[in-house]
Ligand binder design. Structure first.
Ligand code: NCD
Length: 305
């Protein structure tokens, strides 16, 4: 394994499977009443969040704590970043404090890559701009593997605002590595121009893709990253690309519905679909802790280096 986890492309098939298998073993800890292992005792994990987050931040914190690491939570609000301190100066501060791992979320694509050049510890990308979110892709693959079995040859549809989604890019890369066949479904305005070079198919027609999908991953429409009109209206978007009860009925019987959260209920996904037995949305959150435990465990080695 690399020292850092910045892109899903950093993971070869063996690395990816090692993380998923390690997570399988660690999931037993999460089922116990005492959810703690001494593995990372004495190691320090810093959560550096420059952008809003609920699930990802809490989940990295829980993962590090379950492995007995010391956790420092740093959010840009209330820190010297709001006084204009640069990422580099923040990095040097963390370095001086002896962080063994820095988990970073930042609105700028490429920030984790820059950070990795300035600190000695491992850098884990928890979402950078519209670029990547590798631990989300890992937890999604983990969830799919638990529900569907091996991923080779499985057909996965990723639907919606691909243009602004770091989740989509990381998922396409990782699922391809794991042998799944991915189809992106979106209006042309919500696909990046580079999509042709991605290892996946593209479709504009959700209804034709649904019957052939083992998993359908809905993406949030990321209004905060849109400064233009990308579709005529919310109603029109949801009519063409939203997953409602009728569309759910067109999916194979054992196919699952996924969403990384946070959801716009009623827009990309109907509330009754999000809450249905076919939805793995809550499971994805639980699996997020397990996957992040596996990542921290494998990157930090567990032993004093
Ligand atoms: C995603 C993110 O932040 O990229 N959420 C998450 O990490 N659970 C997706 C999103 O914000 O829509």
């Amino acid at each position: 394994m690399n020292r850092h986890l910045i892109s899903a492309a950093d993971l070869g098939r063996d690395d990816a499977l090692l993380i998923l298998d390690t997570a399988d073993e660690l999931s037993r800890v999460s089922e116990r009443s005492i959810k703690k292992l001494p593995t990372l005792r004495g190691r320090t994990v810093v959560n550096l969040f420059f952008e809003d987050s609920t699930r990802t931040r809490i989940s990295f914190e829980a993962a590090a704590k379950r492995l007995s690491a010391d956790v420092i939570n740093f959010s840009a609000k209330g820190s010297s970043v709001s006084k204009g301190e640069s990422l580099k100066d923040t990095a040097l501060t963390l370095q001086a404090m002896g962080a063994d791992a820095v988990v970073i979320r930042h609105s700028a694509s490429g920030a984790p890559h820059r950070l990795a050049a300035w600190v000695d510890g491992s850098v884990v990308n928890a979402g950078d701009g519209t670029h990547e979110h590798p631990t989300q892709a890992l937890l999604d693959a983990f969830t799919m593997r638990r529900r569907l079995g091996v991923l080779d040859g499985r057909r996965i549809a990723i639907v919606g605002d691909v243009l602004h989604s770091r989740v989509a890019r990381s998922n396409v890369l990782l699922l391809h590595t794991l042998g799944a066949e991915v189809t992106l479904v979106a209006p042309p305005t919500l696909l990046p121009v580079t999509v042709e070079s991605w290892p996946c198919e593209v479709s504009y027609d959700l209804d034709s893709v649904l019957p052939k999908s083992d998993a359908v991953m809905m993406l949030r429409v990321q209004k905060e990253r849109m400064n233009d009109a990308f579709f005529p209206s919310a109603r029109e978007y949801s009519r063409r690309y939203g997953l409602d009860r009728d569309r759910l009925a067109r999916m194979p019987e054992d196919a699952i519905v996924m969403h990384p959260g946070p959801m716009n209920r009623g827009m990309e996904i109907a509330a009754e679909v999000a809450d249905s037995a076919r939805s793995t949305i809550v499971e994805q959150v639980a699996n997020g802790v397990t996957i992040r435990m596996a990542v921290l465990y494998l990157l930090l080695g567990g032993e004093t280096q």
